[in-house]
Design a protein around this ligand. Structure first.
Ligand SMILES: Cc1ncc(COP(=O)(O)O)c(C=O)c1O
Length: 405
């Protein structure tokens, strides 16, 4: 009898397909491709991270029976030393009011987001996500059986338009500032208005601040969790992946309203049990280096940002209409709109395989395809100097040639 292979649950078919693995496969195929796609930075973590990790491992080897040893499961929310250091950083550096919040550490802030969404949503619930969205947010909401409601409210979302999308099913509103994919930094009054909207309607404000330290212009970063008393409805997500160059370490965290902790305890215990203890030691050392260590590295992105800012003018000189959607004020991304017959994944694939430069399609961030116009997300976190110039040259060449097809 032919084997009837059991299949994945049908509900997974309704979850967005991740674009990154497809782009990675094309990168591997092309071999010499340069990446303006990857959401990572060019620097390694603080040196103290290596030393702290080695010292902790030596200590664990010398004291194998210690109950707080590195090789044993730790507390679900995270090791108290790191929870304490993160809380201090959130209060001292970001001025958060944590009086109604607890810090939960996880294997990256994506995982924290997933757990929080699962903690607040039942199947059939809805979460408002201003467009363009960060695709993993939409996917996490779908995985919880809820609906990500993409709202075209502007790159700096208009709170009134978000308010108009609230229904009895709505559980939360998401903001990402500084923005991925737009690079836009949302002004304080807008974030405060969205926070107030959430408070008024009994919704959670899910504030993804992965790029909190990445500000390149006058607009300062502002955390909605700074508003006094906002901790009862605000979840602040941050990560070691970006500013500390630790994407591969998988270490992120969330400041979470205390009333969610019983639910989170169940979720964390089932999914991760507890965050990795060696990695938390590394995180502690990274925080000891602190935002002051990150600042000059973040400033080192400025020449790349300036080169990208020139791109629309250069394309226009070559006869191609182009512009940035929004100012490149934060994170290390921007959305480039260009005229031409190609768009979406087909354009990204051609640029990568035929011209050797990786980008991401605007469509993967929930943007609708517009006839005769393409939107690409470009990242300037990884490439510098010659390599960046080469990547931008390939991009210009590819866009100009493909526009003629
Ligand atoms: C807005 C945003 N949030 C979260 C993440 C993922 O962070 P982590 O590595 O901590 O899971 C990313 C990664 O690109 C991101 O852009």
């Amino acid at each position: 009898m032919a084997a009837l292979n059991p299949a994945a649950a049908p509900s997974l078919a309704g979850v967005l397909d991740p674009i990154i693995p497809r782009v990675a496969a094309w990168m591997a195929q092309r071999g010499d491709a340069l990446s303006l796609a990857q959401g990572m930075v060019h620097w390694a973590p603080p040196e103290g991270v290596d030393e702290a990790l080695i010292a902790a491992l030596r200590q664990a080897r010398a004291n194998p029976d210690r109950p707080d040893g590195l090789h044993r499961y730790g507390p679900g929310a995270g090791d108290p030393e790191l929870v304490e250091a993160i809380s201090r950083c959130l209060v001292d550096h970001h001025q958060l009011d944590l009086s109604a919040s607890d810090v939960w550490i996880s294997a990256g802030s994506n995982m924290a987001f997933q757990l929080v969404v699962r903690a607040i949503c039942d199947p059939g619930d809805a979460v408002i996500v201003p467009l363009p969205w960060y695709f993993n947010h939409a996917m996490a909401i779908q995985l919880a059986g809820a609906e990500p409601v993409g709202v075209a409210a502007g790159l700096v979302p208009d709170p009134e338009r978000l308010a108009a999308a609230i229904t009895p099913r709505t559980r939360a509103i998401v903001t990402v500032s500084p923005g991925n994919p737009s690079g836009v930094v949302m002004p304080q009054p807008v974030l405060a208005a969205i926070g107030a909207l959430c408070a008024r309607h009994g919704l959670f404000h899910l504030s993804d601040e992965a790029y909190a330290l990445f500000r390149h212009a006058a607009e300062p970063h502002w955390s909605p969790g700074r508003t006094s008393g906002s901790g009862a409805h605000t979840v602040t997500f941050q990560t070691f992946s970006k500013a500390y160059g630790m994407a591969g370490w998988r270490l992120g965290y969330a400041a979470v309203p205390q009333q969610l902790c019983p639910a989170l305890r169940k979720l964390q215990d089932t999914v991760l049990i507890a965050p990795s203890r060696p990695v938390q030691r590394a995180g502690l050392a990274a925080l000891a280096a602190g935002p002051a260590w990150c600042q000059p590295r973040i400033a080192s992105l400025d020449p790349a940002r300036r080169q990208l800012q020139e791109l629309p003018r250069q394309l226009q000189n070559q006869g191609l209409e182009a512009r940035w959607l929004g100012r490149l004020d934060g994170a290390f991304y921007g959305l480039l709109e260009v005229a031409g017959p190609w768009a979406g994944e087909a354009l990204v694939r051609r640029l990568l395989l035929d011209f050797g430069v990786a980008t991401l399609p605007g469509e993967s961030f929930g943007l609708a395809t517009q006839p005769g116009r393409a939107v690409l997300r470009l990242s300037y976190g990884m490439l510098q100097g010659e390599a960046l110039q080469q990547a931008l040259q390939r991009l210009r060449q590819g866009l100009v040639r493909l526009a003629q097809e």
